[in-house]
Every structure is written in C-alpha cells, then in structure tokens.
Design a protein around this ligand. Sequence first.
Ligand SMILES: [Zn+2]
Ligand SMILES: [Zn+2]
Length: 242
Amino acid sequence: MQTNILNNELNELHLSAVRENYLKLQAEIQLWQESQAPEVVAGVQLAQTSPYFTLDSLPEDSIVELWQRLNQVAGEPQEAAVLRILLHKFKDGETLEDANAARLQLALAGIAQLICQTSINTPSEENQSFGTCPVCGEKHFMTVLARPLGKRYQKCLVCSYQRPVGASGCASCGSEDAKKQTYLKSEKYPGIEIGVCSDCGSYFKQVDLRELNTQDLVWEDIRTMPLNYAAEQWLAGQKGWN
Ligand SMILES: [Zn+2]
Ligand SMILES: [Zn+2]
C-alpha cells in the first residue's frame, strides 16, 4: 500500500516537471510563430489536392531554426549545422535521442499549425471521412465531443486541423461494427476514453468536452499516456479473435 502511495507521488512530481517543460516549449513556439508567420506562410506552396502539405515538405530552414530555439530553451543548445545533419538522418528513418526527437516533433507541429491556421479554410459542418488528416496527411489525432450536444470532431494533433465526423464508428478506419470497438476509461481521467478497434488494430482518444473543459489536446494526450498502454494490452489480448 505504502509503495503505491509513493509511486503515485513520484508520478505526480514527474508529470508536473513534464508539464512545466511542455509549457515552456509551447510558449517559445508561440513566440516563434508570431515573429515568423509572414515569412513562413509566403514560402509555402500548398498542393492542389489533399494532403495540402506534408511534414517532409516543410521548409528546412524554419524547422532547424525553431528546433534550435526549443533546444536552447530546454537548456540543451546545439549548432544549426548539427541539427541540419540530424534532420536528414531523421528523414532517412534513423532514431534520434528521445528528448531531441520530441522537440523536433514539436517544431514540426509548430510549423504545420502555423500553415494550417493561416492558409487552410475552416471546414463546413458537413461530416468528413475518418482516417488521416486531409491537411497534413498525418494520423495522430483525437476525437472530441463538443458542447452542447456532443457533436463529434476529429482534431489533428500535428497541424491542429479540426473537422466534423460521424457520431459513431472507429475514427481510424471508419468501421461501424460496434462489436469490434471497445472504449476503455479510467476513473483517473474523467471525460477521456480510448477507443480500441479490433478491425484495424488501432486506438484513439476521445475527449468529451462537456465533461472535461480543455483547450490543449496535445497536453491531454501526453498526460493520459497510461491509457495508451491499456489500449495496447487490450489489443495484444485480442490477437487471434478478429
Ligand atoms: Zn493535420
Ligand atoms: Zn478501426
């Protein structure tokens, strides 16, 4: 019993340190976005059809510049030339050191958000298809149930594009087979559940904004990481059943 209490306290301490670091990095991203918006947006060529841009096509100078600023803020400065080499390695599929890779992902998302917010129209209320983001082509998303009636939207956690989607169905593959979908919840995270689909073998988080009032889904995704493990265990236990 005592061990559990101690572990929980350590987890809370760890999470508050993660949050402090996350907020510092997000503040830096916002400063960079405000100062660089016209330059970045002017240099971007959107594709004629969806996806309108991809992370691979983002301007390399901007990526390196923002990544360098994030490393500086995190107290781990690196030369731009070194980051450029690391970026090429990353694009070639090499694994970077965890913290540095996480800051690169934040930099890529910071640029993608800027382009999405300034160059992409807000969609109509007509439901769009599930799956990858029609703007940036990434498949890292959450669904939200909006106030007041719980209308469902899919929000890209990379470029932040939010589009209306159908009320039911797996948000990854669109499967409507209710028997193949399970929603896992934890008392620790009111208003958040994780949808697991044995048709496509993937999972996604869903936030009910009527229960949990939040603006920052990226942080919700980070702080509810234990739900990912639960979903992975659930899927591992289902193997051979679908
Ligand atoms: Zn996107
Ligand atoms: Zn599915």
